[in-house]
Write a protein that binds this ligand. Structure first.
Ligand SMILES: [Zn+2]
Length: 72
């Protein structure tokens, strides 16, 4: 067996599916992971964070625009 590079279905980042993990997944009878470790970690928090995340994005976007205007 060799390490495999998989593409995360959520963030489209490549991540390594190591031999150790492959053996673990096989022994548990699981399918190969479709999400990278960080997306898997965030999976639980996702619904909880979603609303806050949107607020954060809006604020960040606003600041970016504001900065642009200042530069001009
Ligand atoms: Zn991901």
């Amino acid at each position: 067996m060799r390490d495999k590079v998989l593409i995360c279905i959520q963030c489209n980042n490549a991540f390594v599916f190591t031999v150790t993990e492959q053996e673990h997944f096989l022994s548990m009878g699981f399918d190969p992971p479709r999400r990278c470790p960080s997306c898997r970690k965030n999976k639980f928090k996702e619904s909880e964070i979603r609303s806050r995340k949107n607020n954060k994005y809006k604020k960040k976007h606003f600041h970016m625009k504001y900065d642009e205007n200042v530069e001009e």
